[in-house]
Design a protein around this ligand. Structure first.
Ligand SMILES: Cc1ncc(COP(=O)(O)O)c(C=O)c1O
Length: 382
């Protein structure tokens, strides 16, 4: 049996009639830029997440960059940070999180993760705060929520902003409140592999703040209130109408798909429990995860990955290199605490297939092959 990480065709066929219908409407009205589907999606996302505003942009990366610049504008009147401004984040994430900090002029400050949840450790955030700190970017990695009550309390005590990176956690909740409704602003990605995914790039910013929302709106339209009279260095960063149409169709299945992911995760947890050397993901208390990834740890991760590949099962390493070890951030970031848990995670993590339409047979196949590896580790030739 061949099991890919993600079978987007299967998902498309499951939702085909809805997606085709929404696409057909766009083909007929031909309103490609900021068409009615964009506004409809923004309204739906704002009410689902529980924020006053939601603004479609061209990617999750742009959602981070535009959120950060809008927060800078709201807090200082300037539309960029200075290199003296420090923003605390995790080194165990996709590079876009900290790349966005650099692009807005600030300095990323890396602190270690909680090894159980893979997410930023609030105690390490406190240890990293300096007079230069202006904000925090927590990343709800793999769809597992960060402890937002603690992070929010820290931010309030030290007058810091929070921009949530919700790229991997559309629909996740912490303490009964959606991820993306906790910070000053939040950035979502609609990259094709995400829980809510388009047929290409796309992203969204959510916020309760009218100044932040207004400035994101300006920045995504080249930086001017008037298209032909520009005030700020902006971007062409609108969400395409056609992507919004796909996303509207897929949005109807988001809760169902997230529930399916939780059920698959429960199956994996049950079947892989107590297997030698396998550490299973830990669901943070008080939270509803959405398992963008189901990520296990194994001390011989590369051998396990090779074994699964030999058995026709795809798996992925998210992420093999923590950000502080990347050339991009050398000399442009500050390492505030030892990053041993992030480094260890990078060496041990392995994400298993967890698309919502994975079948019971496929789940059984993945877990049986892992059990074979665990029971015959020395003899399995990979
Ligand atoms: C944690 C995280 N942040 C940011 C991004 C950037 O999103 P995009 O690829 O839509 O620009 C991604 C996704 O790829 C991500 O996983």
């Amino acid at each position: 049996m061949e099991i890919p990480m993600l079978d987007l065709k299967r998902e498309y066929l499951y939702l085909k009639s809805k997606i085709d219908h929404h696409l057909q409407v766009v083909l007929e009205h031909q309103n490609w830029i900021m068409g009615p589907e964009v506004k409809e999606l923004e309204n739906k996302v704002a009410s689902y997440i529980g924020t006053r505003f939601a603004l479609g942009v061209a990617s999750g990366t742009d959602a981070l960059v535009l959120s950060l610049r809008a927060v800078a504008f709201q807090r200082t009147g300037k539309d960029l940070f200075n290199p003296e401004d420090e923003i605390i984040t995790t080194p165990f994430t996709f590079a876009a999180t900290a790349e966005a900090i650099l692009r807005t002029g600030a300095t990323p400050v890396f602190v270690d993760i909680n090894p159980a949840t893979f997410n930023i450790d609030p105690a390490k955030v406190v240890a990293a705060i300096s007079p230069r700190t202006v904000g925090i970017i927590p990343v709800h990695l793999y769809g597992l929520p960060c402890p937002m009550d603690r992070l929010k309390a820290i931010a309030e005590e030290h007058n810091l902003f929070i921009v949530e990176d919700v790229a991997q956690a559309f629909g996740a909740e912490y303490a009964g409140k959606k991820c993306g409704a906790w910070g000053d602003a939040a950035a979502f990605s609609f990259f094709p592999s995400k829980n809510l995914a388009g047929f290409g790039d796309g992203g969204m910013v959510t916020t309760d703040d009218p100044i932040i929302a207004g400035f994101v709106d300006i920045l995504r339209r080249h930086g001017g209130r008037d298209k032909y009279n520009i005030d700020y260095r902006g971007y062409n960063s609108r969400l395409d109408t056609i992507q919004a149409a796909v996303l509207l169709a897929k949005f109807t299945a988001l809760d169902e798909f997230n529930e399916r992911r939780r059920k698959i995760a429960a199956q994996y947890q049950m079947r892989l429990n107590h297997i030698k050397d396998i550490t299973l993901p830990f669901t943070p208390p008080n939270s509803t995860p959405v398992f963008h990834q189901f990520t296990i740890r194994h001390p011989e991760r590369d051998r396990l990955k090779a074994w699964l590949k030999k058995c026709g099962i795809a798996s992925m390493v998210y992420y093999p290199i923590p950000l502080h070890q990347m050339k991009l951030f050398a000399g442009k970031s500050r390492i505030a605490t030892a990053l041993i848990h992030a480094e260890k995670a990078a060496a041990e993590v392995l994400s298993l297939p967890i698309e919502p339409l994975l079948t019971p047979d496929e789940i059984a196949c993945v877990t049986e092959r892992i059990k074979e590896f665990a029971s015959a580790r020395t003899t399995v030739n990979v």
